[in-house]
Design a protein around this ligand. Structure first.
Ligand code: FES
Length: 163
């Protein structure tokens, strides 16, 4: 079939792969590059299990075509080294762990978005030390589902790292 050569930087390493133009970024990472830490839940943008970072921005890799990411910088959980990982352990931010790599990549992207500054109606008194209220964290992480319901631990882990 029709194949194109795609070059991307993945976890800091330039990779080149011959790929059909309709292959999702998620399948390219998992099946072509053996980076199986990124999970496939719904494969239609509803669960967040497939979240990776593209130039630091969180995306659902199941909705992205790999060829859209020519010459971009992709970070998967295999390339993440961040205090959130230890915080998830300490705060029981997971049970089965299936959603965890997506939760962590999403949280890293979310914190970066916050650093860029976003308007909010929440008063300073309602905010924790993070500058993000718990409600804001929950809202901004609402694209990442956890079927085990470990949300309290997830939010606690994010709050700890963000302060
Ligand atoms: Fe991509 Fe569910 S697998 S959002």
């Amino acid at each position: 079939g029709h194949v194109v050569t795609l070059r991307m930087r993945v976890n800091g390493v330039t990779r080149s792969l011959d790929i059909e133009p309709w292959v999702s970024l998620l399948d390219a990472l998992r099946e072509r590059l053996d980076l199986t830490g990124t999970k496939k839940g719904c494969d239609q943008g509803a669960c967040g299990a497939c979240t990776v970072l593209a130039d630091g921005e969180r995306i659902n890799s199941c909705l992205a075509l790999a060829v859209q990411y020519e010459d971009r910088d992709i970070t998967t959980i295999e390339g993440v080294s961040h205090p959130l990982q230890q915080a998830f352990i300490e705060h029981d931010g997971f049970q089965c762990g299936y959603c965890t790599s997506g939760q962590i990549c999403s949280a890293i992207g979310m914190l970066a978005e916050h650093g860029a500054g976003m308007p909010s109606a929440v008063t300073d008194a309602e905010r924790g030390a993070t500058g993000l209220s718990e409600a804001e964290i929950r809202e901004r992480m609402s694209g990442n589902l956890c079927r085990c319901g470990a949300y309290n631990g997830i939010v606690e882990a994010i709050k700890e790292v963000a302060r």
